[in-house]
Design a protein around this ligand. Structure first.
Ligand SMILES: [Zn+2]
Length: 223
């Protein structure tokens, strides 16, 4: 979706022979013009030329995410981005997953035990950072472990709070969508370079807004 829109602007700009185009941002299913004055350069990986300018969203745009998903999830996602050092799809899904688990179990911070099913290999294992930040079950506190029994690591986790156990897994339809978006980005930019990360950043913001934590997980109660 972003691709098409961005391409349209890139083509228009090339025809006009003007400055690099300013990209729009995607919120609530609509492409919008940011009112920000701050833009980030996006580079063509083969020439190093600046091909587009991505908006750094303003407080009004931030408020839109908070209105949709609530302050609790916002804080978890924001801290996850800081901790993880870049905006990524799986790390944000981990933050949404941990927030959802705490909600379903009515568990305060720092009370959950978590077993991640996401393995140790990025980008899938990026989920583990979102899980830690959103639950307080950190490696340092010894409250999260990464399951080694998984033949096929997956975006999921088991949560224990007092006598209650809960397993959340990202629905297959969304897993497939994320995988194909990441693969398409790798193909398009030819590897994990600056243009790839600029694109993934934008994709992540779309997913952040679009994915409703109350709808995206399969829920299983019990041990
Ligand atoms: Zn990551």
């Amino acid at each position: 979706m972003s691709d098409h829109t961005n391409c349209k602007y890139l083509v228009e700009s090339a025809q006009a022979g003007s400055q690099p185009p300013k990209l729009k941002y995607h919120a609530g299913g609509i492409w919008r013009e940011s009112t920000t004055d701050t833009y980030m350069n996006c580079y063509n990986p083969s020439t190093g030329e600046v091909i587009a300018l991505a908006p750094q969203c303003t407080s009004a745009e931030v408020e839109e995410i908070i209105a949709r998903h609530g302050l609790e999830e916002w804080k978890a996602c924001l801290l996850t981005n800081e901790f993880h050092r870049h905006l990524g799809i799986y790390s944000l899904i981990g933050a949404k997953m941990g927030t959802r688990a705490r909600e379903l179990l009515q568990a305060p911070f720092d009370t959950l035990e978590v077993i991640s099913l996401a393995g140790n290999k990025p980008p899938l294992s990026c989920l583990n950072d979102g899980l830690q930040v959103s639950t307080g079950a950190s490696l340092g506190r010894g409250m999260i472990t990464i399951s080694e029994n998984e033949k096929q690591p997956q975006p999921g986790a088991m949560f224990t709070f007092q006598k209650h156990k809960l397993t959340l897994k990202l629905k297959k339809k969304i897993v497939d969508q994320v995988k194909s978006d990441i693969q398409a980005a790798v193909n398009k930019f030819g590897g994990l370079n600056q243009a790839y990360f600029a694109h993934v950043r934008q994709l992540s913001i779309e997913y952040w807004l679009k994915l409703d934590r109350k709808e995206i997980f399969e829920i299983n109660w019990g041990p």
